[in-house]
Design a protein. Structure first.
Length: 381
């Protein structure tokens, strides 16, 4: 018993010595900010509108945060090689869940993106697929040296297209673009020929355009959102306009906690428009502070890329940070009407169990791959 406790203590102590504490506390701070804003945005009025008890959503969010923090710590402590091996079967399982969405998925407002499982009600499989996809693609591109480099790119591209087919069918154009942009960032970083990359991006865009025009009943909403973005008079601008108005009303310093009205006017305010809720109640300066935290995490993580020689870790970190930053910027861009509406959550801060768990896996992997002992081992080798 004594030896077991001592061994656990040594593992924890070793993790504490080697983990990047600045990145760790930044992630934890974002989780607790999300918890705080959940308390503010899921008010009793929203509870009454949805026939739920007061702070029903906040209590659920609190439970999700506890689970997510446990996952974050566990993944960041676990041995790197073991966790990479474990991620592959988890990736296959998450893909199987994604394949089940068209068959037994729950449809909400015309989109079928969720599974209603006994152990995970209203679960969105793509949130698990995203971080696992980054690791699998990194391993395909870097570690499978028996295959020619362009064949590795082709395999990773086919995997991307397989996932995108199911995302487009849901339809979930926002997550499709997010995964595609993250893949492009990884491939570009790995040294892929720019000419072929541009041709590939062009062909992908052409494919999306053809889907929109030849299957308007399924994908016409994408064209409508783009048209509404450029000409608001052509479509329904209720949510995006209310979000922009809330940001304007908040000004630099905000109207005060609980004083915003966006959360009572837009049902998805605590998920898709959380940054507008924050801006309305706490001001644009606070939003810039949150954005600075994301940038700081990205800078600290990418700085590690230049300090060690393992190509897999380099590519995985680039992919994970690209995924994190692109999702954050897409969410903020939609809220300030720089981008068409996509229904994208803000990592760590938006309400939603699937989003929080997916964010915790991403954060845990970043913390694991930036640990000092991992870099030291590679340098010694």
């Amino acid at each position: 018993m004594f030896n077991f406790e001592r061994e656990n203590t040594s593992i924890t102590a070793k993790w504490w010595r080697n983990v990047d504490k600045q990145i760790l506390f930044s992630f934890i701070f974002l989780f607790f900010l999300g918890l705080f804003f959940s308390f503010s945005s899921t008010s009793s009025v929203v509870g009454e509108m949805l026939n739920k008890k007061t702070y029903f959503f906040f209590i659920k969010h609190f439970i999700f945060v506890l689970v997510s923090l446990f996952l974050l710590i566990f993944i960041s402590i676990y041995d790197k090689d073991k966790i990479i091996k474990l991620l592959f079967p988890l990736f296959i399982i998450s893909i199987l869940f994604l394949f089940l969405v068209p068959i037994i998925g729950v449809e909400v407002k015309g989109s079928k993106r969720w599974l209603d499982l006994p152990f995970a009600p209203r679960f969105q499989p793509i949130e698990l697929v995203k971080p696992f996809f980054i690791i699998v693609v990194s391993k395909i591109i870097v570690l499978n040296e028996k295959m020619k480099i362009y064949n590795r790119y082709a395999v990773s591209f086919l995997l991307l297209m397989l996932i995108n087919v199911f995302l487009i069918n849901q339809p979930d154009f926002g997550q499709t673009l997010l995964l595609t942009f993250s893949w492009v960032a990884m491939v570009f970083t790995s040294g892929f020929n720019m000419f072929f990359l541009i041709v590939l991006i062009f062909l992908t865009i052409c494919m999306f355009v053809l889907l929109i025009f030849f299957l308007p009943s399924k994908f016409g909403y994408i064209l409508l959102r783009i048209q509404t973005f450029f000409n608001p008079e052509k479509g329904d601008k209720f949510q995006s306009q209310n979000a922009l108005d809330a940001i304007k009303q908040g000004g630099l310093t905000g109207q005060g906690m609980g004083e915003g009205i966006l959360k009572d006017k837009v049902p998805e305010a605590h998920t898709d428009y959380i940054i507008a809720v924050i801006s309305e109640e706490f001001g644009t300066l606070f939003v810039l502070f949150i954005l600075t935290i994301f940038i700081f995490i990205s800078y600290k993580s990418l700085h590690k890329v230049y300090t060690q020689d393992d190509n897999f870790l380099k590519l995985a970190l680039v992919g994970l940070i690209s995924l994190l930053m692109m999702q954050a910027f897409i969410h903020i861009g939609v809220n300030i009407r720089l981008l068409p509406t996509t229904g994208m959550t803000l990592p760590f801060l938006s309400y939603g169990g699937s989003s929080l768990v997916g964010s915790s896996i991403l954060a845990g992997l970043i913390l694991n791959f930036t640990r000092k002992d991992i870099f030291r081992n590679f340098k010694d080798e």
